[in-house]
Design a protein around this ligand. Structure first.
Ligand SMILES: *Cc1c(COP(=O)(O)O)cnc(C)c1O
Length: 294
């Protein structure tokens, strides 16, 4: 069994806004699981990697943009657990710290024009159709097995919470956590924060992986202009948060999710006495590609 010892403590976040509203706000430090296989990415890879191993497939093939945390996590996991790895990278050839680290871990990169990139199964079949060793992992690691890995987070929690918040890209992590909440019978309300503009479509994406449909909240107004877009307000918030807590967050996912919690708390959305858990899904290396924004 391929496994990692999970180190992901829950810490309280102290802030005047929360004290004034009588709220106890915590953060689950999945960013500490591994420096590169960080946050939800290890949880999402755990069962797919075990499936690959049990099928005796030793070559992981996956997909992502040039700043994809999933691509980097797959490269690092492949190196750690003895797989070969290939990453199809969307768009023309570029170099950045993410891709440097992918290559450092031995991942072969194939830059792919946006048109061909759309058909991932087609790409896989073209390049690896005759390769019995190759194992397909979808963009962002999205799969039912990935959701299963994410649902295991719930069993690690030291207490129950009134609310749990998580940022959404593919929605797989959110779906896994919702499955974990419903399996445990907790009364916890789940809040998904899509990082895209017009994030309403995220509901269908999350629902694909739900084992039993339960209601949850979708906060579609916290995208700051769209995927990987920032505003001076978001950057100022991140600077303040990191300086006040010592916990690094970044603008693409965790900054937007935490800003959403602060926003709702200031607006009196929560009831006094309630407890809130933010999931730190990792990805802080993304900051290195965005230093010009700070
Ligand atoms: C990949 C990623 C997400 C999105 O996870 P999904 O399961 O695709 O919704 C959230 N936060 C960070 C930091 C990520 O790297």
């Amino acid at each position: 069994m391929i496994n990692l010892q999970i180190y992901s403590p829950v810490q309280q976040i102290h802030n005047r806004v929360f004290t004034e509203q009588g709220l106890n706000v915590f953060i689950k430090r999945d960013d500490l699981i591994h420096p590169l296989i960080s946050g939800n990415k290890w949880r999402k890879l755990k069962y797919p990697l075990n499936k690959a191993r049990s099928l005796q497939k030793n070559h992981l093939v996956t997909f992502g943009g040039a700043y994809s945390n999933h691509l980097l996590a797959t490269a690092a996991a492949a190196a750690a657990f003895g797989f070969q790895a290939t990453g199809f990278v969307r768009g023309e050839e570029v170099s950045n710290t993410h891709l440097f680290l992918c290559r450092l871990h031995g991942m072969q990169l194939i830059f792919t024009d946006r048109e061909s990139y759309r058909d991932k199964r087609g790409l896989f079949n073209n390049y690896f159709g005759n390769n019995a060793d190759a194992f397909f992992i979808d963009e962002g690691g999205a799969s039912p097995e990935a959701a299963l890995g994410c649902s295991e987070l719930l069993a690690e929690l030291p207490q129950t919470y009134n609310h749990i918040f998580c940022a959404c890209g593919t929605g797989t992590t959110a779906a896994g956590i919702i499955n974990g909440i419903s399996a445990s019978g907790m009364a916890t309300q789940f809040h998904a924060v899509p990082v895209f503009k017009n994030g309403g479509f995220m509901e269908a994406e999350i629902d694909k992986y739900l084992l039993a449909p339960i209601p949850y909240h979708l906060h579609t107004q916290h995208h700051f202009g769209g995927y990987a877009k920032t505003t001076p307000q978001l950057i100022a918030f991140i600077k303040q948060f990191v300086a006040a807590t010592g916990i690094m967050i970044e603008p693409v996912y965790t900054g937007k999710m935490l800003h959403c919690i602060f926003d709702l708390a200031s607006a009196g959305y929560f009831k006094p006495g309630e407890s809130i858990l933010a999931i730190h899904t990792g990805g802080v290396l993304g900051l290195l590609g965005m230093t010009d924004k700070f």
